[in-house]
Ligand binder design. Structure first.
Ligand code: F0G
Length: 360
């Protein structure tokens, strides 16, 4: 017996309803939504180097999506379309966020969910949420690239639907971020849009969204795309696959991105760059963003980290606007956060002790 026998009649207004005319859905598509999208676009106060030159930096906080990452944008589409096609189960490989989103949308849809993870390299919050949302997790002795290869093989020989970003509906959903940003700027594009690059689906999706708006004349220009990989996992920057990628930003610990060629397309067509940022640079940016009230996970800080370096190096013209996609929530990775934050010992419960502790 199942406790979840029926679909709810109240519908969260997620991004499929919001952008229906721009998405490959029909009246027959069963929309599976958790109310994703419409995430905050917040102008940062700093960094100083930007402010001094009239450069405005914005964070698009996609960690505010229902499962805490941008993956929900793609998963609402992928799972809705899988259901329309009659799928009874979905599967994905993941560094953690895709798995959480897949588990959530599969639960809502009432289909089974199989997750393949690289053992030992997925942040604690992502594993916990994926388990609790009811997915079957298999950890492998291998990295994300091995997991993706395996899950592709699995979906080739079974009727299970693959919901990694090689599934084109994922890209369709994720392109909605460009629509939201352009709408926030009154149907204009920022001069630059920066994002982390792992498997390279998201840079592909950002570019597709802006390109579609440009082609139907909704916006009159497209942004320059700035993609950032972690230095220890930067195959696109180096021009070859990496067998043993390593970075503290486990979400983008990927050595052979599936959407490699689309990422190059986005970079080259926009006149942009894909560069590497070190783990130290990522953690500095991560802490800077936290002090701006933007608590994202380390991989997400790669976008701002790279943009900030380009500003310092004088590579961003005065007066430009840069949007940095912050792809995932800081609470996803409590371990990294805790290493940088420690509590002082408790004090007695008296006003005197409290005042002494805060120095007033
Ligand atoms: N930021 C975060 C927080 C991510 O989880 C990912 C990818 C990326 C950036 C990179 O996006 O792969 O489209 O270039 N996470 C995938 C996952 C690989 O399994 O959750 P991408």
């Amino acid at each position: 017996m199942t406790l979840l026998a029926t679909r709810p009649t109240f519908k969260a207004r997620g991004l499929i309803e919001r952008w229906r005319s721009r998405l490959p859905v029909s009246a027959d598509t069963p929309v599976i939504s958790l109310g994703e999208g419409d995430t905050p676009l917040v102008e940062l106060r700093g960094p100083l180097e930007a402010r001094e030159r009239g450069i405005r930096v914005f964070a698009k906080f996609d960690g505010a999506n229902p499962t805490g990452s941008f993956k929900d944008r793609g998963m609402t589409m992928a799972v809705s379309k899988a259901l329309e096609d009659g799928a009874k189960a979905i599967a994905c490989a993941s560094t953690g966020n895709t798995s959480a989103a897949a588990a959530a949308y599969a639960s809502r849809a009432g289909v089974d969910c199989v997750i393949v993870l690289p053992a030992g390299y997925v942040a604690a919050g992502k594993i916990a949420q994926t388990i609790l949302m009811g997915a079957k997790i298999v950890q492998i002795e291998g990295n994300f690239d091995d997991a993706l290869r395996l899950v592709r093989e699995l979906c080739d020989v079974t009727p299970i639907a693959l919901v990694n970003s090689v599934n084109p509906y994922r890209i369709e959903g994720q392109k909605s971020i460009a629509f939201e940003v352009a709408e926030s700027f009154d149907w204009d594009a920022p001069e630059y849009h920066a994002m982390p690059v792992g498997n390279a689906g998201n840079i592909t999706a950002h570019w597709k969204g802006y390109t579609e708006l440009f082609e139907d004349k909704t916006i009159s220009r497209k942004p320059i795309m700035l993609g950032f990989q972690a230095a220890g996992a930067a195959p696109i920057v180096l021009g070859h696959t990496i067998e043993k990628p390593e970075t503290i930003a486990t979400a983008i610990r990927i050595g052979n991105p599936a959407s490699w060629c689309y990422a190059l397309g986005a970079r080259d067509e926009s006149g942009g760059v894909i560069e590497a940022v070190t783990d130290d640079e990522i953690l500095t940016a991560y802490q800077f963003l936290a002090k701006e009230g933007m608590f994202c996970e380390p991989a997400s800080a790669a976008s701002f980290s790279g943009a900030w370096r380009m500003i310092r190096e004088g590579r961003i013209p005065d007066g430009s606007r840069i949007v940095c996609t912050l792809t995932g929530h800081g609470l996803k990775d409590p371990t990294t956060a805790s290493k940088l934050a420690s509590l002082e010992t408790p004090v007695p419960a008296t006003l005197e002790a409290l005042q002494r502790a805060i120095g007033v």
